[in-house]
Design a protein around this ligand. Sequence first.
Ligand SMILES: [Zn+2]
Length: 382
Amino acid sequence: MSAKFGGATSGGSTFTSHKTFDIKDGTQRYRLLPSMKSLIASGTWAVFQREHFGYRATDRKDPTKTKIRTFLCIEKSNPKTKMVEVSCPECREIENKKQLRDDREKEIRDECKAKGILDSDKIEAIATKRLQDIDEWLKAHNLSKNWYVNVMTEDGEFGVLRMRHTAKQALDVRIEECRNRKMDPFAIGAGVFFEFKRSGKGRDTTYTVDVAMDMQEVNGQVAMMVKRGPLTEALGDKADAECPDLTSVGRKLSRDQIQLLVETNGDPAEVDAVFGLPDRVEKSPGANLGATQAAKPAPVAPAAAKPTPKPVEVVKFESAPGPEVTADDDEAALEAQMATLKAKMAAAKKPKAPAPAAPVLPQQQGRPRRPEPQRRRVPQGH
Ligand SMILES: [Zn+2]
């Protein structure tokens, strides 16, 4: 079984479905797994990913409902120059919305001033109401940054533990402490469970991590002892079958697909269509390298990161021997499909856009409009 975990090589199997655990309020215990699958060679046991939220697609299990479909951010910056080398359309969209919000807020304050409204609570209330739609959009379109680690639960379940960077930092401290005491928390036969605690809300959420301790009886004596999580042969097989290759966690979309998604304005049928497009980026495992390397653990300090990924727009897979023609054909087919989808989206939008009664800022077009009464509270001034 040692071949399933760090220290030996193994082909990265493709994996489609796995359990994801989140650290919730209270206490939970997980046994971290050593590096697995394609990450064995590098010994990497944790992968960092930035994931975009905010788009709802049809729920496959219940088509009468919608479900959030997330995708990985493709933005890449050069840590030295701070220049954006690969620009993510969704990140740009979020920036635009933030700018729009600032502009609108200023407008509202100017209007209030012009009308002699000086009570700051009143101004605040007006602003909150009129910024509600954009604030909701920004909240929904969260860019979530998390670490992913394969773990085992106390019940012998396997899956991926998703944790915030602050939780990972707390964990790293404990791992270091274990190692200083010559205890390897990952060891196949003698690894340990960690106890994760979450408390507080929002920005004040805090995480603490400790080595899990239990009352255990040894030679007739009861004592608090470290909770071990030995990985038997059978558990190793289960881990191999149920844990993903961490480099495949998260849906990868191409830049064009993300651009299309931004243009959907969130219509679930259109979101379905974009996610249903054949995915250039996912086709070859080799092609994912550029996307994952930067995100890989190379701990906190991005400056210390490994060879800076080239400023690539990713993905022309090199060297599949022979048929460049096929790659071009694929590309052409995909482009055709995207063009069709774009045309469909444009056609669908036309009848939907009756000239609005109230003036709408350019970037707002196509966004669900808030009920008019709010607007009337503070008539548009100049
Ligand atoms: Zn992004």
